[in-house]
Ligand binder design. Structure first.
Ligand code: ACO
Length: 324
């Protein structure tokens, strides 16, 4: 098997919406500041939803749309930086919830590049084995990693999940090229969920900090340089140009970052769909939420060429060019 096919797409977000005006009553910020700097107007925030409950809804919808049974699934890969537990993985919880008794389930953490990393792993596992179906999901409840007193990060993030059901059984032609990069030496510029050691032997000064800490300027600079470079490398491998791409489905972290990337690539903003205004930055869920929405609206149609590209914690970048 050399390729995969996207059979169905789906997404699920919490019902509770928090708009910029509501945030402005909780911290010293404003709709004007948030909109101008990021393009975000609102975000969906978990009330009683968890990363695994959102991911489970996505998996159920993917199965329903594809007409497959839970037992037809061989692999469940969840990209997340905000799992319910360190163990069991969200992938394992989803496997149990949907009764996919023939599937193995596990998680991948590459923050906002997570969905592309997960798709790469799933694709390569599909290539190596018999006829297989895989569910690949990006799912996050970032609201639990946000310090709701820190306006510099609290305004940016949102919760949600989305994914694809993929198979190696059907006609090939989806995968075109990829470029994934990790710059671990820059990891300190974006951290969250630091797990402290609380043992009788631990030093007193052991660090424990659940919340996001981010050097926004550094991450911004990293993104506007490394994302176009990654897309250009993926295009070069495919012997394609930006004109050959119908839709750039980019990680929705900041509208200004996406505008800068479009400018650097020399591609019109009309090829860069945005939904950050509605969801904020949902990390690993952001590209699949946008992808599923565009498929639903029939903006992405069968045969369209799409560049998926994510960037974020790690620091990481990941691009995959596919034909839907
Ligand atoms: N409301 C009002 N004022 C604010 C807020 C806020 N929510 N946050 C910061 N400010 C203030 C700052 O204190 C600062 O005030 P000062 O000038 O008096 O010191 C001023 O606004 C400007 O702050 P900057 O940080 O310089 O604002 P900037 O234009 O750089 O925008 C932002 C900040 C939006 C975070 C930008 O740097 C950015 O988008 N960076 C990339 C971040 C990103 O994409 N992260 C996600 C990566 S994905 C992942 O892996 C999770």
């Amino acid at each position: 098997f050399e390729d995969f096919k996207i059979i169905s797409t789906a997404s699920s977000v919490p019902d509770r919406v928090v708009d910029n005006d509501e945030l402005s009553t909780m911290m010293d910020t404003s709709d004007e500041w948030i909109t101008q700097r990021t393009g975000i107007k609102q975000r969906h925030v978990a009330v009683d939803e968890t990363t695994s409950s959102l991911a489970t809804k996505v998996a159920e919808e993917l199965l329903e749309k594809s007409g497959l049974k839970p037992t037809d699934i061989d692999l469940i890969v969840v990209a997340t930086m905000s799992p319910d537990y360190l163990t069991p993985s969200v992938g394992a919880i989803v496997q149990g919830n949907i009764g996919a008794t023939n599937a193995i389930g596990f998680d991948i953490d590459a923050a906002c590049s997570g969905f592309v990393y997960a798709l790469k792993v799933a694709r390569q596992m599909l290539m190596a084995d018999h006829n297989m179906h895989a569910i690949v999901i990006g799912a996050e409840t970032l609201s639990k990693l946000v310090d709701w007193h820190d306006r510099s990060t609290a305004v940016l993030f949102g919760d949600g999940a989305a994914g694809m059901l993929i198979s190696n059984e059907q006609e090939p032609g989806t995968f075109i090229s990829e470029d994934l990069t990790t710059l671990g030496n820059l990891g300190k510029y974006l951290t969250a969920g630091q797990v402290g050691v609380k043992s009788p032997f631990a030093a007193d000064d052991t660090q424990y900090s659940p919340f996001f800490k981010m050097n926004g300027h550094r991450v911004y600079g990293f993104a506007v340089k490394n994302v176009p470079a990654s897309i250009n490398r993926a295009l070069a491998k495919a012997k394609m140009s930006v004109d050959d791409i119908d839709h750039f489905v980019l990680h929705q972290a900041n509208e200004r970052i996406i505008e800068k990337i479009a400018e650097t690539l020399g591609a019109p903003m009309t090829k860069f769909p945005l939904n950050i205004n509605e969801y904020g930055n949902t990390s690993a869920a952001s590209e699949p939420i946008l992808f599923a929405e565009l498929v639903e609206k029939q903006i992405i149609k069968r045969g369209d060429v799409v560049a998926l590209s994510g960037f974020g914690g790690g620091l990481t970048v990941g691009t995959m060019i596919i034909k839907y």
